[in-house]
Ligand binder design. Structure first.
Ligand SMILES: [Fe+2]
Length: 400
């Protein structure tokens, strides 16, 4: 498919079919695959403004972006979106965020135990915790986002809801929601899967596909959670969003089979963050997929099942290479994305592993928007290289 994009949307991996608009008269070779950010920069320098790309020959990242010719408001990112202002350095915030992350897992454990025993819990604790998460995201969103990528394989149930809360705090802020709305959204994320504790372990942790009858049992987690939360002091719109996190726009979700507009915006956002975290999570029986693969799955579920405009905004919020994810650089080294700057293709990264020599390097930060000698080749996952990211993170990133 031929699609019109602006030069700012052009990325390595895309196949340029034709230059559509450019300043000046300098002719530019108009067809071919963009192999690096250098090519993008060269085209910018030559005044190229819009181009047609061939999505069949391109790496599928192009699908994530709204088309330049689209005037439809729903396809455009919110005009209210503003780049996050970081008031605290990543290094400083990571110390606080690490404690908060551990605290989140501890609170989640207590909540699950209360749901299992059907005893009430003091809602002021998770509520205050969610507010602290949002405060950390306000100070520097990269710290908690980094931590969402550091997983203990046996802690999925605890980490998943915490990660969804962190993702939603970022997503809500990106969409320009008010502080209170962001807090509520993050709180809903933190509580969304509590009903899972009522699902027998052999179904909950089953590697591979569930049978039809097992799936029916699994689907019950939404009702278990909602029934419990309704008996507690939780605001109705939050419970509603939680009840909708497996509903899909085509009506084929569960438990109610709600369709289209019947699903609240918060419910749609929760569905996207939930799915993204589940796809990228390392499990005991399988490694998590790369963010890019997860993005393409989310996009393939839009617009029939997921809200397309929200999926696009979610991807733009996290960036093409999300903070905490691993990338292969053109000098055959692996790096972790640490910070998103102006351009989604040139984040600040920490280089720590040589693929050529299969050994760890003394970690070094590189701002790819400044150092033009290297660029990102692709997103990768740790298991492809059998490296221990958690160990690297603890040694080199978390407490500097
Ligand atoms: Fe769920």
């Amino acid at each position: 498919m031929i699609k019109k994009i602006t030069i700012d949307q052009l990325m390595p991996g895309m196949f340029v079919h034709q230059i559509l608009e450019q300043k000046g008269t300098l002719t530019v070779k108009s067809q071919g695959k963009v192999t690096s950010t250098d090519v993008v920069n060269a085209l910018k320098k030559r005044g190229v403004k819009t181009l047609a790309i061939d999505t069949d020959k391109s790496f599928d990242v192009s699908e994530y972006l709204p088309s330049a010719s689209s005037d439809s408001a729903e396809n455009k990112p919110s005009e209210k979106t503003l780049p996050a202002i970081k008031t605290v350095s990543l290094e400083k915030e990571l110390t606080r965020a690490s404690k908060l992350h551990q605290q989140g897992k501890d609170i989640q454990k207590l909540l699950l135990a209360s749901v299992q025993k059907e005893t009430p819990f003091d809602t002021s604790i998770p509520k205050a915790f969610s507010n602290k998460l949002v405060e950390s995201v306000d100070r520097n969103p990269d710290a908690l986002l980094c931590l969402t990528k550091i997983r203990e394989k046996d802690d999925y149930l605890l980490e998943h809801s915490l990660n969804v809360a962190i993702l939603l705090a970022n997503f809500g802020k990106y969409l320009g929601m008010s502080e209170e709305e962001v807090q509520d959204l993050s709180y809903a994320g933190f509580l969304h899967d509590l009903g899972k504790i009522k699902i027998p372990d052999e179904i909950l942790h089953k590697p591979g596909r569930l049978t039809e009858s097992e799936m029916e049992v699994m689907k019950g987690h939404v009702k278990h959670g909602v029934d419990y939360l309704e008996s507690m002091d939780i605001a109705a719109p939050l419970v509603r969003a939680i009840s909708e996190h497996h509903e899909r726009l085509d009506g084929l979700g569960y438990p109610a089979g709600k369709k289209g507009d019947a699903i609240s915006k918060a419910g749609r956002m929760l569905a996207i963050a939930d799915m993204y975290d589940a796809l990228t999570a390392d499990r005991v029986y399988k490694p998590g997929m790369s963010s890019q693969k997860a993005f393409s799955i989310l996009m393939s579920d839009a617009p029939s099942r997921l809200d397309k405009a929200l999926v696009q905004q979610f991807i733009m919020c996290l960036g093409v290479y999300p903070v905490g994810s691993l990338v292969l650089l053109s000098n055959e080294r692996l790096a972790m994305v640490l910070e998103q700057k102006d351009s989604p293709l040139t984040p600040v990264v920490k280089v720590f592993y040589s693929v050529r020599n299969s050994h760890y390097l003394t970690p070094r930060d590189i701002d790819l928007s400044v150092d033009k000698t290297v660029n990102i080749v692709k997103a990768v996952i740790a298991s492809d290289y059998k490296i221990d990211v958690n160990g690297f993170f603890e040694r080199s990133v978390s407490i500097g």
